[in-house]
Design a protein around this ligand. Structure first.
Ligand code: PMV
Length: 387
């Protein structure tokens, strides 16, 4: 089969932050099937512009000729790159059919061999449709050394670009993203996303569903506090296995997680910040309690994370209703939620000297296709929410 030269798809995907955390797998662990459902919010850095056009400006130089570099080349008018952050940009190019192997470039460095998770995604796609060897080029737009780099945006962008080239359905693209990293399937959609655990052993019913769109609660804002540098001590896969095998608290968490999701969906539906704050903080605390209850313990929070938790409860205790909430994934960096008018007071409470680097975000859109073979896809490439 002869492949036309330079056939490629360019996709962009954001990270998401779990409000009710996914932790623990069921069945074949390579399929990333969760032991329970989870609920997240898709993040959009505020530097990216209100409409997301900042992202398009940033990507424009990468459209066209499929060279091996995704280095920012400027947009011709000497302007510096806009502060596009917390997302992954991925271009997948079809190589001639006679090519012997798939290629991977991460942040412009050639990676000698594909990791197992990327192989799994490619294998899944090829089990559905014929696909010649590909060159995958991926750029992570995260602040350097922030310990924030997320596999969620990476595998969502990969699934979107690969899915477009292979002609996969939206559903199949979500399954491909999930095989790379469980939480990546939630980054395929924007707004508030529920990843339904499903029951099938093959995972065909373990998919993300849109709970509320990205414009449902415009006042809700997020600040990410970059408290520590460096990668986490124990990766999520290993950490989950340890918790499932050793924590006596974990089964209790699983028993009430669906009720927490129901209550949180109610709070989001009513835009009830006080209820939202309580449920989100309690879930983060309960998740970290089961990590601490694992043996040997999983210690993802640092002393500075605990100081932020204390500062938020102190602030919330000063008035009749909570002004802020926190959540922490498997790492020390804090994700703070508040209503936009309270930004100043919340950030001052946790960062009084202004010395902690931060990223301000809002609820945003999910993964989207930017270009296919040189023709602009734009917003038309966004995933349609699954009902
Ligand atoms: O999808 P993974 O393997 O990166 O695991 C994600 C685990 C948490 O970030 C801690 C929770 C979540 O639901 O995102």
């Amino acid at each position: 089969m002869a492949t036309p030269p330079h056939v490629y798809a360019l996709a962009v995907a954001p990270i998401n932050i779990a409000l009710i955390k996914y932790w623990g797998k069921r069945g074949d662990r390579r399929l990333n099937l969760p032991a329970a459902s989870s609920l997240s919010l898709t993040l959009h850095g505020e530097g990216e512009g209100e409409t997301g056009t900042g992202v398009d400006d940033f990507l424009r130089p990468w459209e066209g000729e499929a060279t091996s570099s995704l280095e920012y080349a400027g947009n011709g008018d000497g302007a510096t790159a806009p502060p596009v952050q917390l997302l992954t940009i991925t271009r997948v190019t079809l190589l001639p059919a006679e090519s012997v192997a798939d290629e991977l470039w991460l942040n412009n460095e050639r990676v000698p061999s594909l990791n197992e998770r990327i192989r799994r995604v490619l294998h899944f796609v090829r089990s559905l449709r014929p696909l010649s060897p590909v060159r995958i080029q991926s750029i992570n737009r995260f602040p350097t050394a922030a310990g924030l780099a997320s596999s969620a945006s990476g595998y969502a962008a990969l699934a979107m670009a690969l899915g477009e080239l292979a002609g996969l359905s939206p559903l199949e693209r979500c399954l491909a993203a999930r095989l790379g990293s469980g939480s990546a399937c939630r980054s395929m959609l924007g707004g508030f996303v529920k990843w339904v655990a499903g029951e099938r052993a093959d995972g065909a019913d373990s998919l993300p569903h849109s709970s509320f769109g990205s414009d449902h609660w415009p006042e809700l804002a997020v600040t990410v506090l970059l408290l520590e540098e460096g990668p986490k001590e124990t990766g999520s896969g290993e950490g989950m296995e340890r918790t499932v095998a050793t924590s006596a608290l974990f089964p209790a968490r699983l028993r009430q997680i669906d009720a927490s999701i129901e209550r949180l969906q109610g709070a989001i539906r009513e835009r009830d910040f006080a209820l939202f704050a309580e449920i989100v903080m309690r879930d983060s605390n309960q998740f970290h309690a089961s990590c601490l209850d694992s043996y040997p313990p999983l210690l993802y929070l640092s002393g500075r994370s605990l100081a932020v938790m204390r500062a938020i409860h102190r602030l919330n205790g000063q008035g009749p209703a909570p002004l802020a909430a926190y959540t922490f994934d498997a790492g020390p960096n804090a994700f703070l939620f508040y209503l936009r008018p309270h930004r100043g007071i919340v950030e001052a409470a946790v960062n009084p000297t202004g010395s902690i680097p931060l990223i301000r975000c809002k609820v945003g859109p999910g993964a989207r296709l930017v270009t296919i073979s040189g023709s602009a896809g734009g917003a038309a490439g966004a995933m349609t929410p699954l009902a």
